[in-house]
Design a protein around this ligand. Structure first.
Ligand SMILES: NC(=O)c1ccc[n+]([C@@H]2O[C@H](COP(=O)([O-])OP(=O)(O)OC[C@H]3O[C@@H](n4cnc5c(N)ncnc54)[C@H](OP(=O)(O)O)[C@@H]3O)[C@@H](O)[C@H]2O)c1
Length: 318
């Protein structure tokens, strides 16, 4: 299987590139070869590549900057996926795309002490440009009629790139006290967790092709939007406390812990508004693919453990 994988200089793209190595031939264009904001160039590149599957973790992900740079955000997050989908449709191949919990407004309220979870069919009402541009991308893919899987995920982090985990590890070394928002609820998702789940899905597709079904039947039965994060939920403050606790245990941080205090979102204003609750219900993914999901804290420990191991033996992680 020839897989065209975008965005491999990003967090998820990098993890997917590693995970999919033993699934097929992975073509990983850098931005100089495939610039998703250069809309006219996308279709010729795909035709030249002749992939069997397109996997698209590339995105404009600067949530706050998107409020000012809405044109480029829409180009990369909505127009480019539209072309990817049109080309996938023409070529009869599948498109695996990633979207975000920020398609929801977060107003779903808890009932009887139970955390309110968003299902795939819940009405979308993004609060910011980034979320709206990602929603437009989802809709274009679905409307194109191509074979597609759209995985909505949340709070993505890894040992690489720009993310909350690495920011907290840096700040914990620099500051004796951290004030972190504690009224936004969601689920941290490590790229290790996500890339492993996506790999398992692609292996199921390959297995179906090889044994039981035609590709068309598999896509008919499986295509759609899925929520994909680890199990459980937390807030940014608790997430940072767990990061620091595990990092100290694994010798990634010294034992002098910073004091971490919860603050409301109102005390940390940002250009883009974020949903207060973006906890996603993952039962559709679990049922459809039969893949059990880790708890978010287990996924966090695995990511930090990998970081600790690669520090002890540099190069081992690659
Ligand atoms: N980060 C999160 O917390 C989060 C939460 C929910 C959903 N998601 C979704 O998950 C997916 C992966 O996110 P991530 O955190 O891995 O993103 P990321 O680390 O910011 O990486 C984004 C990737 O997209 C590429 N890209 C951006 N503009 C491009 C363009 N014009 N042409 C070609 N490539 C371009 C970047 O390339 P350059 O290095 O050249 O810029 C980079 O490789 C995205 O679909 C995102 O919307 C992320």
């Amino acid at each position: 299987m020839r897989i065209l994988l975008t965005g491999t200089s990003g967090q998820l793209g990098r993890s997917l590139a590693k995970a999919l190595r033993d699934v097929g031939e992975v073509i990983t264009p850098q931005r100089a070869e495939l610039d998703l904001s250069d809309i006219e160039s996308i279709a010729p590149y795909i035709q030249h590549c002749q992939p069997d599957l397109i996997v698209n973790p590339a995105a404009y992900t600067a949530v706050d900057l998107a409020e000012k740079e809405d044109e480029v955000a829409y180009r990369v997050n909505a127009e480019a996926p539209t072309i990817l989908a049109q080309e996938a449709k023409k070529m009869g191949i599948g498109l695996i795309h990633f979207s975000t919990d920020y398609v929801f407004d977060g107003s779903k309220s808890d009932t009887d002490g139970e955390r309110a979870l968003y299902k795939e069919e819940h009405v979308c009402a993004p609060l910011n440009v980034y979320g709206a541009s990602k929603l437009a991308g989802e809709q274009a893919i679905v409307n194109s009629g191509c074979r597609h899987l759209i995985f909505r995920t949340s709070w993505v982090y890894s040992d690489f790139g720009k993310n909350f985990l690495l920011t907290i590890l840096r700040l914990a070394k620099e500051k004796p006290e951290l004030n972190i928002v504690n009224d936004q609820w969601g689920t941290p998702s490590s790229t290790l967790f996500l890339s492993d789940a996506v790999k398992q899905v692609i292996l199921q597709l390959q297995d179906a092709e090889a044994h039981t079904q035609t590709t068309a039947t598999w896509w008919q039965q499986h295509q759609g939007i899925y929520h994909l994060t680890p199990n459980g939920f937390t807030n940014w403050c608790e997430f940072s406390q767990r990061i620091v606790e595990h990092a100290v245990r694994l010798d990634l941080l010294s034992a002098t812990l910073p004091k971490i205090q919860g603050i409301p979102s109102s005390a940390y204003p940002t250009p883009a508004q974020r949903p207060k609750n973006s906890c996603l219900d993952k039962s559709k993914f679990r049922l459809q693919f039969g893949i059990e999901l880790q708890d978010w804290d287990v996924a966090l420990q695995n990511c930090l453990q990998d970081m600790a191991s690669s520090m002890k033996s540099p190069g081992a992680a690659n």
